[in-house]
Design a protein around this ligand. Structure first.
Ligand code: ADP
Ligand code: ZN
Ligand code: ZN
Length: 661
């Protein structure tokens, strides 16, 4: 009779691994790290279960090599969270622990317990000289009533309505109780502004995101778990942090697709936050000016409490939106004259303009006028985007690059047509028109280095630039008070995209980017250039607003029996041969189709049929009930290894998919 431990290893493997516990290893408990021999290598793993007096007669188990922790480094509550996430998303438990813990921790490192204590000050109330608006006061009063128990609130406040101030007031009440607050944001760029906002008096604030050094991440992790931090502000992976005195979770910009992790364990941090709050019996606040369709559906089902803030601070009205029809203009006009004169007008008034375009690079398509050559990515069968600044062609799907110096790579002709425009081309045109103005294009080129984004954002706030050109990075959450004009260049592609969430995300982006305009004392204006001014979605959004538009979308989705009214799980298969992936998914379809309570669509090629030399195919499984969907998928996973050639396939499961390809 032996004692054995079931170990999760950080690999894409769905099962746990049994190891024998050496007789002298008496301290071992679930949540401890161990070092084990896996294949020929030594790796770190996590103890999930211990089975005593196990009758291992069939085969010899390997012994655990080393116990790293005397006490579990993952407490019971967090371990249960990892297990729940692994079950819900059908993601390997080891990978879930992998995404949910700092890398130092996974390498078996220990802290010396020297994290200094940044001491808690009691009665640390905020005394601010801001007088709250009625809407802010009402919101605070409503949330405050449930400060001691679970309730999910949607703080549905227009851009610039002062949601952060509401968060701060509630956080303060939670702090007074002696509890910690977790604030999750979709992007690390949004953290510095919030850190400043919350760093009042002696409030102990810590950030948690991928730009911190591994050591810093580990130190913050440790401070948080030792209750030496009052407010944690982090990106999606912070939803897994051990926060012993957690009393409030805030998910800001809840509609943002970045809460979904699209590699390894495909979890949604917003949804885990809600689960966590429910389990811990604490309030959770979802904030947004453009709530997601799933959240609005939960409001109509009365699962969440809806708090609306419909006015901007100082009663500044929302920006006026003007649509410019581009369909009847000359082909070579990229920026309409009205836009140029509107920008001129801002420059005269020393106000700023934001030009928004969701496409990086110079031209999405180039072609040779002599031989019709079009550069394509061999691995993805897709056009490569031309980046003029770096003289290269880039595949925006797999990142493959090729040097290009304006001569055809097939016949060497220099008669090249540049079709369509990205931010680089827009920058070129604008620089040409506004020679004496300060213009900045914001993209991954000038924001990659640590601290660069923060500097650029501060420079914008300090009026260093007249015109700011950028992609979606600029559309989110930021407060730039002197921007009074937002120009939205080209959204026409998204109007007709087949992706499930495309139109919803477009509507959110339009409202969010418009919300960057007129946040200060001066009223803002938004100009939208489109070749489809009569598009129904666009008109509904502009004339009736986001709330009405969302109502219509939900009604349509209900009639069609589509998410969020139904639940989706996608099995995606990637293989070098199309037929292998198709056969594999057909087998899964056969396994599942006995169950009449789910509907199956596919297998079908994904929107991105080939990516990085692998064919991608999807099988969509749809159900009215989450539990049924879950059971069907759970039952099929153990059978997958018996499908012929399944070892040739890379497969993943995506529950509640947002943007799948
Ligand atoms: P939202 O997140 O709703 O878009 P913010 O929280 O960023 O809006 O608030 C917009 C601006 O208004 C910020 O500069 C904030 O400091 C300021 N603000 C918030 N509440 C008040 C108030 N009650 N009185 C004056 N200014 C306020
Ligand atoms: Zn590619
Ligand atoms: Zn050519």
């Amino acid at each position: 009779m032996k004692n054995i431990a079931q170990i999760a290893i950080i690999k894409p493997l769905h099962n746990l691994f049994d190891y024998e516990i050496p007789a002298n290893m008496t301290n071992i408990k679930p949540g401890c790290r161990v070092c084990v021999e896996f294949g020929k290598k030594k790796v770190f793993g996590f103890v999930i279960n211990i089975i005593e007096n196990y009758n291992a007669t069939n085969y010899r188990l390997k012994e655990i090599v080393e116990l790293v922790d005397e006490e579990p480094i993952i407490d019971k509550e967090t371990l249960n969270l990892f297990i729940w996430v692994s079950n819900y998303y059908h993601a390997p438990l080891g990978q879930v622990i992998g995404v949910g813990t700092p890398s130092f921790f996974r390498l078996g490192k220990k802290l010396n317990g020297d994290s200094s204590n940044v001491q808690r000050i009691d009665n640390n109330t905020i005394s601010n000289n801001i007088s709250l608006t009625k809407e802010q006061n009402d919101a605070i009063k409503t949330i405050e009533k449930s400060i001691n128990n679970y309730k999910c609130f949607l703080l549905d406040g227009v851009t610039g309505s002062g949601k952060t101030e509401v968060y701060k007031n509630i956080q303060n009440k939670v702090y007074i109780k002696g509890s910690q607050t977790l604030i999750i944001v979709p992007e690390k760029n949004l953290i510095p502004e919030l850190l400043e906002y919350f760093k009042v008096k002696n409030m102990r604030v810590a950030e948690y995101h991928s730009s911190l050094t591994p050591k810093k991440r580990f130190i913050n992790w440790d401070l948080i778990q030792n209750c030496m931090i009052d407010i944690v502000i982090g990106t999606r992976s912070s939803v897994f942090l051990k926060i012993p005195k957690l009393g409030l979770i805030i998910v800001d910009e809840e509609h943002d697709p970045s809460f979904k992790n699209n590699t390894e364990a495909r979890y949604n941090a917003r949804d885990i936050a809600i689960f966590r709050a429910k389990n811990k019996n604490i309030p959770v606040i979802l904030g947004s000016a453009t709530p997601s369709s799933e959240t609005i559906l939960n409001i109509t089902k009365k699962k969440y409490t809806h708090i609306k803030m419909r006015n901007r601070i100082n009663n500044q009205s929302l920006p006026d939106l003007k649509v410019i029809n581009m369909s009847n203009r000359k082909k070579n006009i990229i920026i309409a004259e009205e836009v140029i004169s509107a920008i001129e007008n801002r420059i005269e008034n020393k106000e700023q303009t934001l030009v928004f375009l969701n496409r990086r690079g110079y031209s999405p398509v180039i072609t040779c006028r002599d031989c019709s050559w079009v550069p394509q990515c061999k691995e993805c069968n897709l056009n490569m985007t031309f980046h003029k600044n770096k003289d290269l062609l880039m595949c925006h799907h797999c990142g493959r690059i090729k040097k290009f110096y304006n001569n055809c790579l097939s016949c060497n002709s220099n008669d090249i047509a540049y079709i369509g425009e990205g931010t680089e081309k827009i920058e070129e045109i604008i620089k040409d028109k506004f020679v004496n103005s300060n213009i900045i294009r914001i993209d991954s080129d000038n924001t990659r280095k640590k601290g660069q984004t923060e500097k650029v954002f501060n420079d914008i706030r300090n009026n260093k630039y007249d015109i700011i050109i950028g992609t979606q990075m600029l559309s989110k959450g930021h407060n730039f008070p002197n921007i009074t004009l937002v120009v939205i260049m080209n959204i026409d592609q998204s109007l007709f995209s087949p992706r499930l969430k495309a139109i919803e995300q477009l509507a959110q982006q339009l409202i969010q980017v418009s919300g960057r305009s007129g946040r200060g004392r001066k009223k803002g204006e938004v100009i939208l250039q489109t070749s489809f001014p009569d598009n129904e979605d666009l008109n509904c959004l502009i004339n009736h607003g986001y709330e009405k538009w969302m109502e219509k979308l939900l009604l349509l989705r209900s009639n069609l029996g589509l998410p969020p009214h139904r639940h989706w799980g996608i099995v995606q298969a990637k293989a070098r041969k199309y037929l292998d992936a198709e056969n594999f998914l057909d087998n899964i379809k056969n396994l599942i189709s006995k169950n009449k309570e789910v509907k199956i669509f596919g297998p079908m090629p994904s929107a991105m049929q080939k990516k990085a030399n692998l064919y991608n195919l999807n099988l969509i499984i749809q159900s009215k009930s989450k539990a049924k969907l879950n059971n069907v998928i759970k039952d099929c996973i153990p059978c997958i290894k018996d499908i012929p050639y399944s070892n040739k396939i890379r497969w993943t499961i995506d529950i509640d998919p947002i943007d799948y390809d």
